[in-house]
Ligand binder design. Structure first.
Ligand SMILES: Nc1ncnc2c1ncn2[C@@H]1O[C@H](COP(=O)(O)OP(=O)(O)OP(=O)(O)O)[C@@H](O)[C@H]1O
Length: 865
């Protein structure tokens, strides 16, 4: 699909050439760590990989080419994976906006536990969406903390729904849950873990709950906060190696895996081989069609993505009453977040301190030449990827070259997959051998299949579940940060399982009725469970027999692992990890794996895990076929510019499919309403919408063309919308990773795409965090007076309550950003500028309580009520 460049985007300073770079050695440099700190052995493992003398790349300023867009030749970057984080870390302002919780929807699950304590100090009438303490957390609150339950009347979803009393709706009260003793539970419970939390009312800390494990058991000791993962079988360190792959310059492989050993430090430079991998683009259509096929089964949500395996997803025609209530609960649990965060941080530190598996305090780096070609591999050897261009996401290897069961191969074929993608080629042999893997691969390159396929093979090899088995074990647990992503992963699993009728998949996600999920799990036991963290924790605590079933888990997957290990989810993830057997295989996948993530991934992974990256060291984490631009324009020009950009794109691309990312849910709603008033074909999706609506819109956007989806970060990660032509990010992305994931909604499977980041002048500091990415600066399109007037008129039709909510949300979001939120007076000035941009003469008043929580009481320029 040809992407037409926006003709009015003139790149500034075309005379300025791309910054020159010293030639880069792509071999990962091993730096000896002189003396290893015993306390932080894991951190040192990863620090040992830091590239030395890397030159940061300035944002390139390029002349705008004309269509068709071509991959930048020989694009260079200073983007050492291992260095980036450190560089960013130095620019503290860039990290300042690191998200505490990026998805409000999933937060609802997370905080539901807190909510039940009924210790809310917040005003339910407030629309406050930020905990108001962003500075301390260094995170944004974004859509995450609605204090007031605001119904989404516009969708018609909210009428007639009752408030859910979670306790009464749940037929399995905690006290009904039997004491769980792992030992009594079959094959995987040889660890002697004592699961005693039910007795003391759940796993909340301070209750004296203990989840202790000896031997192979998970250890969740002390006051419940300190997760100590001891492993009998996982000593030896993780490994790093590089394997052949493709590269623009034939010098380097693009697949690397990391293996470290905690007992010694040896540096073997990775073996990079360049192999030719001609880019082929011929088979992408079939994937689109495959997606569309999936409406034949019973959907698990009335309006949702319907899954083929009818039996596994019972239809829920019921309303979303409890969905809404869960959203409401969210707003009641904001207090205590700071405390939680503090505890989480100390937990992590404790982990390091307490880990008793660090018998070696030095790092061994052992670069493997090729995992896929290891002679001792059980699997058939996998052909080398061959050089090609960055567009080539497929490898030369075929699935039938791997040790995959014939019925799975049939499923793969049915899905239209012939060759493995590079990440699949790189990870499958390793995962099939039973190793823990941390995998990094660019967005839209088939990571889901990469972890699902070997996980399915584990299920196949497991003893069949007897029909009379009361609590059949869940063998594979896939954790996803968002509901959309969980649904999508389940759909993919069902596609692959087409010829395995005895293997069931189920989804448990926030925003749906817990009781319904409980019933469904009772009537249709599954071996593969896809879940969002909060809801899974709900089930662990409230669904009879669920914890027992989880003790059957053999494979644990964290999709978007870096996000799940981020502060917002980590507590839940730790609890979930504590609830599955220690003797398991764990797979962590993401398009972004920061150094911090590597340092903390041991909370989930065995020490001898492999880190496999298909992103060549020194190359960008984004796709070269996606053209990235940024525009800087004052706030008052941004709505007209956004409109102009969209109009232009729509005019040039008959099959346009655009995602517009906004900073918060309420800003998303405002922008969506505005664009709707401007007669653009828009939909909106964010966490303040009922789940049924979200699922419906997500499904519609997946299938459609000629549509603009205005969205919050619920669509930032993982969601596989085919053929997105343009991604526009309006305002400050929460962090570098979020920018990359949002951008990754386009350019999937080697397709071309375009990304525009629209910033205000005072947001330009963000660019330093993405300076290694090929983002070119473009001048803002001139806005003619007619367009300006049109936008102003449209704004005047936007509902006042939506403007008020957007103003408050905007303030909360930027207040939680260390850089912008530092100077409160300036922040308020900017917020009031935003208010004027919405056509308001005076900024909306904000409840005093909310202002207090935001630390903005008595700041000049704010109106309190
Ligand atoms: N071997 C394959 N051949 C062709 N297409 C594939 C193959 N494996 C997966 N796909 C398709 O590639 C697309 C992207 O896959 P997926 O969503 O798993 O990407 P991802 O790497 O997880 O992206 P993200 O980082 O955004 O989560 C999907 O439409 C999927 O069906």
């Amino acid at each position: 699909m040809p992407i037409k460049l926006l003709p009015h985007l003139r790149f500034l300073n075309p005379s300025v050439s791309v910054t020159g770079f010293p030639s880069m050695n792509l071999q990962p440099t091993v730096r000896t760590i002189p003396t290893f700190c015993r306390i932080f052995p894991f951190k040192l493992q990863y620090l040992g990989l830091t590239r030395i003398n890397q030159q940061p790349q300035l944002p390139s300023v390029r002349k705008l080419s004309t269509r068709p867009f071509r991959t930048r030749p020989g694009s260079q970057s200073s983007g050492s994976d291992f260095n980036r984080t450190r560089e960013r870390g130095r620019g503290g302002e860039v990290r300042a906006s690191k998200s505490l919780i990026e998805d409000e929807a999933e937060l609802s699950d997370w905080v539901s536990d807190l909510g039940s304590k009924r210790n809310n100090k917040y005003d339910d009438d407030s629309d406050f969406k930020s905990a108001g303490s962003g500075e301390r957390r260094g995170g944004r609150e974004r859509e995450s903390f609605p204090m007031k339950r605001r119904r989404e009347n516009d969708s018609g979803e909210s009428r007639g729904r009752g408030r859910m009393n979670r306790n009464s709706a749940n037929s399995f009260s905690r006290n009904d849950n039997p004491r769980f003793n792992r030992r009594s539970d079959g094959e995987s419970r040889d660890d002697g873990g004592d699961f005693s939390r039910r007795k003391s009312g759940g796993i909340e800390r301070g209750n004296g709950n203990s989840f202790r494990g000896n031997g192979n058991g998970n250890s969740f000791r002390g006051n419940g906060n300190s997760f100590r993962g001891n492993s009998n079988s996982s000593r030896g360190g993780s490994s790093y190696s590089s394997r052949g792959g493709n590269s623009n310059s034939s010098r380097g492989g693009n697949v690397s895996s990391f293996r470290g050993n905690s007992s010694s430090l040896r540096g073997n430079s990775s073996s990079f081989r360049g192999n030719s991998n001609p880019s082929r683009g011929g088979n992408s259509n079939s994937f689109r069609e495959r997606r569309n096929e999936r409406d034949d089964g019973g959907g698990f949500k009335k309006e949702g993505m319907q899954l083929r395996r009818e039996a596994k997803f019972s239809e829920d025609d019921s309303d979303d009453s409890d969905v809404e209530d869960e959203d409401e609960e969210r707003g009641k649990t904001m207090n205590g977040f700071e405390d939680l965060l503090t505890e989480e941080v100390s937990d992590v530190e404790d982990d390091d301190d307490d880990d008793d598996d660090d018998d070696g305090s030095t790092l061994r780096m052992n670069a493997r030449k090729s995992i896929g070609l290891d002679k001792e591999d059980d699997v058939k050897s996998v052909k080398r990827s061959s050089p090609g261009n960055d567009n080539s996401y497929l490898s030369e290897s075929r699935f039938d070259e791997c040790a995959i069961s014939p019925l799975s191969l049939k499923g793969i074929k049915g899905a239209g997959y012939e060759r493995m993608t590079k990440v699949q080629e790189a990870t499958l042999p390793v995962i099939l051998k039973g190793k823990d893997v941390l995998a990094k691969a660019k967005t839209g390159t088939g990571k889901t299949v990469a972890f699902l396929l070997p996980a399915i093979e584990v299920v196949i090899k497991s003893p069949p579940v007897g029909r009379d088995q009361k609590r059949p074990p869940i063998l594979v647990l896939v954790m996803c940060p968002t509901r959309e992503l969980a649904n999508q992963a389940a759909t993919e699993a069902n596609t692959l399982l087409k010829y395995h009728p005895s293997i069931g998949v189920q989804v448990v996600i926030g925003g749906t009725r817990l009781t319904l999920e409980q019933k469904r799990m009772q009537t249709n036991p599954c071996q593969i469970l896809v879940a969002t963290p909060g809801r899974l924790k709900d089930h662990i605590e409230n669904t009879a027999g669920f914890a027992t079933r989880l003790m059957g888990v053999k494979v644990l997957v964290l999709d978007e692992a870096d996000h799940l290990l981020d502060m917002g989810f980590r507590k839940d993830i730790e609890k979930i990890i504590a609830a599955v057997p220690k003797q398991r295989q764990t797979l962590l996948f993401s398009a972004t794996v920061s150094e911090e993530v590597r340092q903390i991934c041991h909370i989930a992974l065995k020490r001898d895990h492999e880190f496999i990256s298909t992103v060549e060291e020194g190359s960008e984490e984004t796709h070269s076929q996606v053209r990235q631009m940024h525009l800087v324009a004052p706030l008052d020009k941004q709505f007209p510019i956004l409109y102009a950009l969209l109009k232009e794109h729509v005019a040039d691309n008959p099959d346009y499919k655009v995602l517009v990312f906004c900073t918060t849910a309420m800003v998303t709603r405002l922008v969506s309403e505005l664009l709707g008033e401007l007669k653009l074909n828009v939909r909106e999706i964010h966490s303040r919408k009922p789940q049924s609506y979200r699922t419906r819109i997500s499904d519609e956007f997946r299938k459609s063309k000629g549509l603009i989806l205005v969205t919050s970060d619920v669509s930032a990660r993982g969601v596989d919308y085919p053929d997105v032509t343009l991604v526009i990010q309006v305002g400050l992305p929460a962090e570098r990773e979020q920018y990359i994931h949002r951008l990754g909604r386009t350019g999937r499977k080697g397709k071309e795409g375009e990304g525009i980041l629209l910033l205000a002048p005072w947001e330009e500091f963000f660019l330093s965090s993405v300076k290694d990415l090929p983002i070119t600066k473009a001048s803002a399109p001139s806005v003619d007076p007619d367009t300006q007037k049109k936008v102003e008129r449209a704004l005047s039709h936007v509902e006042m309550k939506n403007k008020e909510a957007a103003y408050q949300a905007w303030l909360g979001y930027y207040n939680s950003n260390k850089k912008v939120g530092k100077d409160k007076c300036k922040l308020v000035e900017l917020a009031n500028e935003f208010s004027r941009c919405m056509g308001l003469d005076t900024p909306p008043a904000i409840p005093k309580l909310v202002l207090g929580k935001m630390g903005l009481r008595n700041v000049p320029g704010l109106r309190a009520k």
